[in-house]
Design a protein around this ligand. Sequence first.
Ligand code: ATP
Length: 263
Amino acid sequence: MTEARANNIINVVNLHKSYTDAHPVLHSISFHLTEGECLGVVGESGCGKSTLARCLLTLTGWQSGEIYFDGLRLSGMGNRELREARSRMSAVFQNPASALNPRLPILDSLMEPLDERKGFVPSFLAGERPARRLEVAEALLATVGLSADALFKHPHELSGGEKQRIMIARAISTEPAFIVLDEPTASLDVTTQSVILNLLKDLQETLSLSYLFISHDLAAVHFMSDRIMVMRSGHILDEFSKSRIFDEQRHHYTKLLLEVFSG
Ligand SMILES: Nc1ncnc2c1ncn2[C@@H]1O[C@H](COP(=O)(O)OP(=O)(O)OP(=O)(O)O)[C@@H](O)[C@H]1O
């Protein structure tokens, strides 16, 4: 059995999940995510990528197997420990419009996670020494390339790309141990997709973030990831470091995906 290793933020061992008895969605999945790396998960629609993300974020339960977060077994945690673990994870999902409260100004949606932790200022802003809530919010927006004007707007006044930048700023604000990026550019036009992917990659490098990057788009996964897992029908078929993507030993399904994406 795979042990929870010291620098593994996530260690998944034989995870099995089904929503109904008849239809397993994840079949005994095992993998790890190392501190500071981006692990890409690619696979066709319905293969179980989002279910896997939801298990890691403890948004849904699982039947058997274990998930270790920072060395600690999630299924063995009491409520307080679980709350603490959840506060050290964050996620950016496909549709920023549905993630932002339409009635709240951006300032309040952006600052919600930090408002729950009175006085916490992320260390990557420490050099700027922002003291007041508004200054922290402005500094966070600057981190994702937005000006302070956005803070008093409502979501409908921002573009899809701007809204996703807000969600990214919110996700990094608490300095999470890892971030799930679940199809973060799927609702955006092609040019904006590339801008957002570059932003996510820059942030990962400058802030040493750990990402689980989920997409059906192998090109995006290849661009973002240090390692890649290929999923199909709830199984991990192939797992390799980015530099090995064109190796002869790749699974035939990986080769098929490569053919599709190389046109
Ligand atoms: N809450 C749920 N209840 C029952 N079945 C579900 C639920 N959520 C997902 N499923 C089923 O689980 C399977 C995997 O879905 P999941 O959303 O994890 O796949 P995915 O790879 O993320 O797909 P997509 O790329 O389309 O988002 C699908 O057959 C789906 O219908």
